[in-house]
Ligand binder design. Structure first.
Ligand code: CUA
Length: 149
């Protein structure tokens, strides 16, 4: 075998191992991907439900030009299922520092799960132009550390 052939085989092997390693490394590290949930009218009523000390369900409703509920209080370390819909046009749903980017669409429910490990205020903003009040469309998730009280 020629020396340059050997080199090519070794380099190919290294690149391939790096590729396989990257896939294995990334596995399980991604966010919970947004998914579609079958539409049900109950999701159009905004609410926050505390299932236990570490789990919440939020029914988030977007409409011109606000999110409901506009303030969501949760305890530090909680996991929150967001169920999102719109009452009118298409709105965006972005949670700062959380890599959440969903669309609120009339007649559809989008769901994602987010874990809040750091206390603070996480801004929710509409990132889809939805009319004259678009830039005022905000809400927030307030994460409290029970130990800090
Ligand atoms: Cu809602 Cu922009």
């Amino acid at each position: 075998m020629d020396r340059s052939e050997k080199k090519v085989i070794i380099i190919t092997g290294l690149v391939l191992s790096l590729f396989i390693f990257s896939i294995l490394y990334a596995r399980g590290k991604t966010n919970d991907l947004p998914e579609c949930v079958p539409f049900d009218k109950t999701y159009t009523e905004p609410k926050v439900t505390k299932l236990d000390n570490k789990t919440y369900q939020v029914y988030a409703v977007a409409k011109m030009w606000q999110f409901e509920p506009s303030q969501i209080y949760i305890l530090l370390g909680s996991e929150v299922d967001f169920f999102l819909t719109s009452k009118d046009v298409v709105h965006g749903f972005n949670i700062s520092d959380k890599n959440v980017n969903m669309m609120a669409v009339y007649g559809n429910i989008n769901k994602t799960t987010v874990k809040f490990d750091k206390p603070g205020v996480y801004k929710i903003t509409c990132h889809e132009y939805c009319g004259v009040g678009h830039q005022t469309m905000q809400a927030e998730v307030i994460v409290n550390d029970p130990a800090s009280k």
